[in-house]
Design a protein around this ligand. Sequence first.
Ligand code: MLT
Ligand code: ZN
Length: 457
Amino acid sequence: MTAAVVRTGLLRELIEAVGEAHVLVDPDLTASYETDWTGRFSGAARCVVRPADTAQVVAVVRACAAAGQPLVTQGGNTGLVGGGVPAGGEVVLSLRRLSTLGPVDLRSGQVTAGAGVPLAQLQKHVRAAGMDFGVDLAARDSATVGGLVATNAGGIRVLRYGSMRSQLLGAEAVLADGSVISRLGGLLKDGTGYDLVSLLAGSEGTLGVLTALRLRVVPRLPAGCVALLAMQSTQAAVDLLPVLRERLPHLAAAELFYESGLALVRKHAGLPAPFSEPVPVYLLLECLDRTDPTDDLLAVVAEADGLIDARVASDAASQRALWAYREAHTESINAEGVPVKLDVSVPVADLPGLVDALPVAVAEVAHEARTILFGHVNEGNVHVNVLDAVAEHEQVTEVVLRAVAALGGSISSEHGVGRAKANWLHLTRSEPEIAAMRAVKLALDPRGLLNPGVLFA
Ligand code: MLT
Ligand code: ZN
């Protein structure tokens, strides 16, 4: 059989599976699925397939398996590590049409969502039922629930509710051979063998295609207060954590950023300076509760060591204005140029040392580079964004990830490993661990058809 006949055969089967309108081959239509959000990772797709339900996903996976055709699964394409875009020649399996939302079950405190439901839509749906969802992050309008589970995404509420895996009570997934595993019953106690649902969380599409998720909901806390603290040092911000833990049980976010990032946010988002003078460190705190937490937050701020200045916002508009300084970082950095993006975490006590060391280490391998740091202080999670260093991306990645590994940290805190960091997985996962992970991959996807090149180099 010639290559042309194989191609025609597969395309015909994909069209039969999802309908002609949902098999995209025109480059104008496939382009937005072929390049990641940062613009750094890109590859030509053989085609983009947009199934509407699990049965159609099964048909697509079976057709690809029969043809030996690799697949890349994609949600909202907000990934930052090249894990959801083709490297070249894969079929892109876009799950955005799997957008069904089930009723919020108030008795169990659970909801079932299709993999393609954007986070903001899930939040709106859950809030309409008087509850809330425990994960939130800046890409909420596009990032899909399936992608968030596949990468075990974190975001701004991890200190309160944990990451995406902590919200996950069940899943439905299509495996590489087209078989379906479905555990959407939401059982809170189930001691029957391997936890396949948890294994799929963070597997980055390498073990199966997540099609639906059973998720925990949390109480809605309508009264909020946000403070932006100008701090003398990262150490002062870290030293405040025990005080926050003890005195602010309603703390919902603790975010860190610096003057270098703020300057880009001001330039590209057009925001005014938050304080009269630039300061070494900005710490944003948010409390959420049933009753107004402003007095408690004010009391902590008033006594905080290492504080230079502070702004506290209780009304919704002022809170959003303070959050904008933090949330506009990603877009503003991208507006400035294509960054080398690394997302790392270290034991929180080591965060100040890492923050001081990284710009120096990066400058040694990329002389023109600008290193912008921001992140989630409670988890020791810093987003390392290096501008003007795409040519030196290998060296920059190497020095940053080695510094993190030396501190016992993680080379990927919440964005996943993707293609971007696959070569460095060995820095923070041992040989036996990687061998065990490869054995799982081999058992579930023996021909390596699902997201090849992701997670394992
Ligand atoms: C964030 O915390 O804003 C996200 O992880 C996105 C990013 O790192 O750019
Ligand atoms: Zn983050």
